[in-house]
Design a protein around this ligand. Structure first.
Ligand code: SF4
Length: 200
């Protein structure tokens, strides 16, 4: 690993980092401070397949389910915030005359979780900075149940994003490994479990 190159890159964070930070603060540490090899899993491949299927289905639908009369759909939108030093690729962005609505597809049975909410709030901030239009709410489309869930992106959620960005930068700059998640059930299916010798 070229350490100089790594140090030069480490300050650009992604929305995926944020989502993972909300899940377990150690995961972005592994990615940025001591990058480790992760095998491309079946779940990752399935995620891409599901994304393509939902995109094809979504193109045939109207906007009523979003509570909107009309709009423009953009799929796979790359966004960057110079303010936060944060970037990410949004599954779907709906643009109307006076607002924008981020939509994220989730192939999960467990409903919308806290880390998903943080992720959507981050997309809201990125969209507002890039498109200069307000984001009043966002949506998660739960693929297995075909359920569309409205996700608030208010002050509380936005503050959670900025707090997490600051804390994550500190961990990366100081190269200090955070403690493990207190929710140990998450460790069983974690791609980094082999590196967390202290939890077993
Ligand atoms: S194994 Fe557990 S503590 Fe270690 S990174 Fe994964 S979720 Fe976090």
């Amino acid at each position: 690993m070229n350490l100089e190159r790594h140090r030069a890159q480490q300050f650009e964070l992604t929305v995926t980092d944020l989502k993972q930070w909300a899940y377990c603060t150690r995961i972005p540490y592994y990615h940025h401070v001591m990058p480790v090899e992760i095998a491309r899993t079946y779940k990752m491949q399935r995620g891409r397949d599901v994304e393509a299927a939902v995109e094809a289905m979504e193109k045939r639908r109207g906007f009523r389910r979003y509570g909107l009369e009309c709009g423009e759909r953009r799929f796979g939108v790359w966004l960057h915030s110079a303010t936060l030093g944060l970037s990410g690729k949004l599954d779907l962005l709906i643009i109307t005359e006076d607002a924008c609505y981020p939509v994220d597809f989730k192939d999960t049975e467990g409903g919308v979780r806290y880390n998903h909410r943080v992720q959507l709030a981050a997309y809201a901030l990125l969209v507002e900075e890039n498109l200069a239009r307000p984001v009043p709410i966002a949506f998660v489309y739960l693929v297995p149940s075909r359920q569309l869930v409205t996700v608030p992106v208010g002050v509380k959620e936005r503050e959670a994003v900025t707090r997490a960005v600051v804390a994550m930068r500190q961990v990366i700059e100081q190269e200090k490994m955070p403690g493990p998640t207190p929710v140990r059930a998450r460790c069983t299916a974690c791609e980094f479990r082999n590196y967390c010798a202290d939890i077993w």
